[in-house]
Design a protein around this ligand. Structure first.
Ligand SMILES: [Zn+2]
Ligand SMILES: [Zn+2]
Length: 119
């Protein structure tokens, strides 16, 4: 299994449908709900650090602002950083992480390595 970084050709935020669409260089297409992306936010605030629970561990519900994507920032050549309507902008999704998050049947059926939400 190669560990080359997946490369997105286009990343489009569909604000009306609240979906982020990614077209990958290998032809794969991924569609992420804004809300699912926010739940997957990998930053220390959301995830917790040093054994302390994060924001997302302390809640089972997000506000509309928290799941409203207002902008996407490119981080280097390997990641994107969503800017949320509540001002949160510290979650950096590498393309690898983003691709691993792909919710399509094909990717989901590939066997998730771990279920971080533990549900
Ligand atoms: Zn976060
Ligand atoms: Zn997929």
């Amino acid at each position: 299994m190669s560990q080359t970084m997946p490369e997105p050709l286009t990343i489009t935020a569909d604000v009306d449908e609240r979906l982020l669409r990614v077209e990958w260089a290998d032809g794969h297409r991924s569609v992420y709900a804004f809300e699912a992306l926010r739940w997957a936010c990998p930053c220390a605030t959301c995830r917790g650090e040093w054994g302390r629970p994060g924001l997302l561990d302390a809640t089972d519900r997000l506000t509309p602002e928290q799941t409203d994507l207002v902008d996407l920032r490119q981080v280097g050549r390997y990641a994107i950083c969503p800017i949320w309507a509540d001002g949160h902008s510290t979650g950096i999704f590498t393309y690898r992480a983003l691709r691993d998050l792909c919710p399509c049947a094909e990717c989901a059926g590939r066997g998730a390595t771990s279920d971080e939400r533990g549900v």
